[in-house]
Design a protein around this ligand. Structure first.
Ligand code: ADP
Ligand code: MG
Length: 719
């Protein structure tokens, strides 16, 4: 048989389907019709090889099966027309707005198209151009008109479903030329086929079409349903590559690192929980159980604890740290800022006061659990004392900023690390911890209040396990959120603030976020402070807090606010996380439309921490509706907000990197493709666990290497 194959005169590799690697090695210049000029134009567009060509996906498809003729279009309807541009006219309105008017027609009739504020349309849509326009038909003084429709240059293509490729104004390659070249390239692949990294059994189980079918159908579908099947298959492939990479790294870390087997039936955690003035929520108990199961195992824990603001993450963190302490190790908690580290330290010291840990070297067999703060502000002899107590093991729990583990601090035996409000704690940082505990890797718990939809968590944080605190402790009063649109509404806000202060409660005022410059942001906060103290809030005790203040002054200001010596705290976003003052019942966010959903949600979580009803005012200087502000007014559910956020920010693609050329993750959407993310993760686990080196999954292995650029794979695993 092998003789016969040899006699056929073909080498084995010629008979095998084409891999992405092979497609990447074929220059587009080898396609018919691609001369030097076209080659350069393609290159400018980001396409140099055949893989990049066929992986340039349509931005959308124009479904001409729904197309109407102009004579059939009636006002009020939303329609798709394919028409020729007859004439173009540019005008300027009295208030200097640019208008482009087109007269278009298709032989059955004509209509007018008006573009506001799109002056470039005059250059793009010259007479004679054939365009598809999609929009609502209006009746303008008895004749048909469309305003700002979606326009696609479709050339003279006749297919029922026409792919539209991403275009830039200066691109010297148009959408139908691209379609033609892609078609040519895929036809040439037809004989050998395109290698499919997914076994047929998995394809069938998941209802996915083959790789080659998908590539054909995404570029020239015969129905819209087929286009969707193609997108689904290719999106799955993107997600699978990412998951394979993440799962491999996870497994490798597990293989190469030895964790600590912590004792989970010790007394410390039990006693701590018994002494709390309230029962744990069911979600807290579950999370602690999951964490302890990880901590008892020989593999290092790497778990994300997600819980909305106020869900009670701190107690879960403390239980984790105490699990390490009762096992004879130390725990470290790292906060994003010094203010928060200080606040955690004082809160946790209170929680652990009088708690005893067994100590063989002590006459009574026990000693109090020792908690210390270590930030840049702890200096001189105090610092030396804490450092040496960490080294000899007499400090059980240390609290500091994220820099804590990087500062050459030596531990007797670091057993657990909790990272607060940092979303990412990468492989490298975890590896660095090894040195702190005699070669064993401490268990790591990352906490965040930023609600990450589960699918995103699995993708972006694919090598993490996830625990979720999805209920708030009982007795919370919900926060009412209101939109104050413009200066008139704002007046009402300040009088509401005065009323609350008169009633003995406190308020936060958050100043405009100025991402470009911290200096400007500080200046804006100072201005607001001046204005409020001399005007709207005169006579009230107002304090100012911003990032440029010395941390001693910041802490003094927070202390005064906590103690009720200040009624209103004007601040920049430095108060975004962790600050806990139950008597504060009003939050005013100025220029709220400058903030993102997640950030507004975080800010809002600073109130509603006590038993009094709280209000969050989102102030905008204009009166235009804003989708993010609307979302905050509509719901306080962090997970729902996270979903809305993904939606508003586009399709929730993973990375903001260029979406052209070989960059992966162009099609997958975390919002739409939730179910695919889970499937991809399952498949990745089963493949990697059966074949860790992917030696029998060469096609997949090579693809992961080829497609996940260094930036992307770094992004997935580093902080
Ligand atoms: P998070 O860090 O998740 O925003 P915290 O841990 O700061 O939340 O907890 C918020 C508040 O809720 C704290 O005052 C805490 O004492 C309280 N708390 C935590 N767990 C419970 C519980 N099970 N029952 C009642 N109150 C709780
Ligand atoms: Mg917290």
């Amino acid at each position: 048989m092998s003789a016969e194959a040899g006699a056929s005169g073909r080498t084995t590799s010629e008979e095998l389907p084409l891999t992405y690697g092979e497609l990447a090695s074929i220059d587009v210049g080898r396609l018919r019709g691609v001369g030097d000029a076209k080659r350069r134009a393609l290159s400018e567009y980001g396409i140099d090889d055949v893989l990049e060509l066929v992986m340039t996906f349509p931005r959308r498809w124009v479904d001409r099966t729904n197309q109407l003729r102009v004579a059939e279009a009636t006002p009020g309807e939303e329609v798709l027309l394919v028409v020729e541009v007859r004439s173009v006219e540019e005008r300027q309105t009295r208030n200097r707005r640019k208008i482009v008017n087109l007269r278009v027609g298709d032989g059955t009739g004509t209509l007018r198209i008006v573009f506001f504020n799109q002056p470039w349309r005059a250059r793009q849509l010259t007479p004679g151009t054939t365009i598809a326009v999609h929009g609502r038909i209006e009746d303008y003084r008895g004749s048909l008109q469309m305003t700002n429709p979606i326009v696609d240059l479709i050339g003279d293509r006749t297919g029922r479903i026409v792919p539209i490729y991403p275009q830039s104004e200066k691109a010297r390659i148009n959408t139908w030329e691209l379609a033609g070249l892609i078609d040519q390239a895929l036809r040439r692949c037809e004989q050998r086929g395109v290698a499919d990294p997914l076994p047929a059994s998995e394809r069938d189980r998941l209802g996915l079409i083959t790789r080659y079918e998908a590539l054909r159908a995404i570029h020239s579908p015969s129905t819209m349903a087929e286009a969707q099947l193609a997108r689904r298959r290719l999106a799955f492939d993107e997600l699978l590559r990412v998951q394979v990479e993440l799962v491999r790294r996870k497994r490798e870390l597990e293989r190469t690192s030895q964790g600590i087997r912590h004792t989970i039936d010790g007394h410390l955690v039990g006693r701590f929980i018994e002494r709390l003035p309230f029962p744990l929520t069911a979600a807290q108990s579950n999370a602690i159980e999951e964490i302890q199961r990880d901590m008892a195992s020989p593999h290092p824990m790497h778990r994300l604890l997600q819980g909305d603001v106020g869900a009670g993450k701190t107690l879960v963190a403390v239980a984790s740290l105490l699990t390490a302490v009762q096992s004879g190790h130390q725990g470290a908690l790292m906060a994003p800022t010094e203010v928060l580290a200080e606040q955690h330290a004082s809160g946790i010291s209170r929680l652990l006061a009088d708690l005893q840990v067994s100590d063989g070297g002590n006459l009574f067999g026990e000693r109090p659990v020792r908690v210390e703060l270590l930030t840049n502000r702890i200096a001189g002899a105090d610092r030396r004392e804490v450092l040496s107590a960490l080294e000899d093991g007499s400090v059980d729990v240390v609290i500091g900023t994220h820099a804590l583990i990087q500062e050459g601090v030596d531990f007797a035996s670091l057993g657990a690390v909790v990272v607060d409000e940092q979303h990412r704690f990468g492989v490298e940082q975890r590896a660095a911890l090894r040195a702190k505990s005699g070669g064993l890797v401490p268990d790591v718990l990352v906490m965040t209040a930023t609600p990450i939809p589960r699918t995103a968590a699995m993708t972006v944080y694919g090598d993490l396990d996830v625990s979720v605190l999805n209920e708030l402790p009982p007795g919370r009063t919900p926060i009412t959120t209101r939109w104050a649109a413009g200066p008139l509404d704002e007046v009402a806000v300040w009088s509401a603030v005065r009323d609350e202060v008169t009633a003995g409660r406190q308020a936060y005022v958050v100043c405009p976020l100025i991402e470009e410059s911290e200096n400007l942001e500080v200046a804006a906060a100072e201005d607001t402070f001046e204005r409020l103290t001399t005007d709207e809030l005169s006579g009230i005790r107002v304090g100012l807090l911003h990032g440029r203040m010395h941390s001693r002054d910041k802490e003094a200001m927070m202390g005064a606010f906590r103690a009720g010596e200040i009624d209103v705290l004007v601040a920049t976003t430095v108060i975004e996380v962790g600050v806990d003052v139950p008597n504060a019942t009003v939050m005013v966010v100025l220029d709220a439309d400058r903030f993102g959903i997640a950030q507004l949600h975080q800010l809002r979580g600073r109130v509603g921490r006590g038993t009094q009803a709280s209000t969050c005012w989102l102030v905008t200087s204009g009166t235009d509706p804003n989708a993010r502000v609307d979302a905050l007014v509509a719901t306080t559910d962090g997970f729902e907000l996270a979903e809305i956020d993904l939606e508003l920010r586009g399709e929730g693609t993973l990375m903001s990197t260029a979406q052209k050329g070989r960059s992966d993750l162009k099609l997958a959407s975390l919002r739409r493709d939730r179910e695919l993310v889970e499937h991809a993760r399952d498949v990745a686990f089963s493949i990697v666990d059966a074949d860790p080196d992917l030696s029998t999954h060469e096609v997949l292995r090579d693809e992961v290497e080829l497609m996940l650029t260094e930036t992307e794979s770094d992004y997935l695993t580093k902080s």
